[in-house]
Design a protein around this ligand. Structure first.
Ligand code: DGY
Length: 319
């Protein structure tokens, strides 16, 4: 029987590509460029399935032009805000994602950003590298301590829970806001806040782990940033549009926000050049899940979903 034909839009891990090429006829371009709307539409006539990343946008307009040959989109991402799920469902195209497997890698990066922002990692690195470090001083780069501080976690899904676990190891007091209360968190002493505003009022550190939806766009606006205790540290490894960037820049300028750690931006790639003027902002180019182990796990999960689908089963991560 002929193997199904699939398109892999980006340079996935070697192990993923090897397994995909063993089991499927794979169309893949080592140039590793984001697929444009035209690429996606043209490719849909050549393949039975796709493994895209969040860099390929399945807007309603694109979905309307997909060829009926395309049956499944097995995303190599947990976030699916790049897909118009309603339009895809209406076209009868199966969509899957990769939940669970990137929780540890992403929460590790969130810890790095939280620590780096709190302890002036960007300025410290610059001072040592540039040779500006002339004397030790008790006043040099005095930061904010994690232990004993209150951490607010917005969104207690897989990544939020993995982050809370790590933060507990740093002796932080965990508070959270989520669509539903989680016994498993409360057994560990986490404090639930039904209202986001109540969580913000007690968060010396705040980390965002919720999906990007129309309801969460601009979630951290000027009013919400103002509710945080003065000098709070804000971390975002979820999606850029959860934060109103102008409001965050303003809050950094007034000192209302003491520091920020950002892996996601409204404008990607590129980010927001205005943050570069702030050494108390530590930035990364959307690489929360970028570890060797997790890239393999994400690729394998996407392939597991395809395997189930082409065997005639329901894929485990069907949305
Ligand atoms: C995800 O999986 O959603 C990450 O942000 C990478 O795309």
């Amino acid at each position: 029987m002929a193997k199904p034909v699939i398109w892999i839009s980006r340079k996935l891990s070697d192990a993923t590509l090897a397994r995909a090429q063993r089991d499927y006829e794979v169309i893949w371009d080592a140039a590793d460029k984001p697929g444009s709307a035209e690429d996606i539409i043209a490719m849909s006539a050549r393949v039975d399935g796709m493994i895209p990343c969040h860099s390929e946008h399945f807007t309603a307009e694109v979905v309307a032009q997909l060829d009926p040959r395309l049956k499944i989109i097995a995303n190599h991402s947990v976030g699916v805000d790049h897909c118009d799920l309603k339009a895809l469902k209406a076209r009868g195209i199966t969509v899957t994602n990769t939940p669970g497997v990137l929780s540890d890698a992403t929460s590790e990066l969130a810890m790095m950003l939280m620590l780096g922002a709190a302890r002036h990692a960007v300025a410290g690195d610059r001072i040592v590298r540039s040779g500006e470090w002339q004397s030790w001083s008790p006043a040099l780069l005095v930061g904010k301590q994690l232990s004993g501080a209150r951490l607010g976690v917005v969104g207690m899904g897989g990544v939020g829970q993995a982050f809370a676990r790590k933060a507990r190891g740093f002796d932080m007091e965990i508070h959270y806001h989520n669509r539903r209360r989680l016994c498993v968190e409360e057994e560990q002493g986490a404090i639930y806040h039904d209202e986001l505003d109540d969580l913000l009022a007690v968060s010396d550190f705040l980390s965002l782990h919720c999906p990007a939806t129309p309801e969460t766009t601009g979630l951290m606006n000027a009013a919400r940033l103002a509710r945080l205790p003065r000098g709070a540290v804000v971390v975002n490894t979820a999606r850029g549009n959860l934060i109103d960037e102008d409001a965050l820049l303003e809050a950094l300028e007034t000192g209302q926000i003491g520091a920020a750690g950002l892996d996601c931006f409204v404008n990607e790639p590129g980010g927001n050049p205005r943050f570069a003027a702030h050494e108390n902002v530590m930035m990364m180019p959307h690489v929360g899940s970028a570890t060797v182990k997790t890239r393999d796990a994400m690729g394998f999960k996407a392939l597991d979903n395809l395997d189930h689908f082409f065997r005639g089963d329901v894929p485990p991560d069907q949305l």
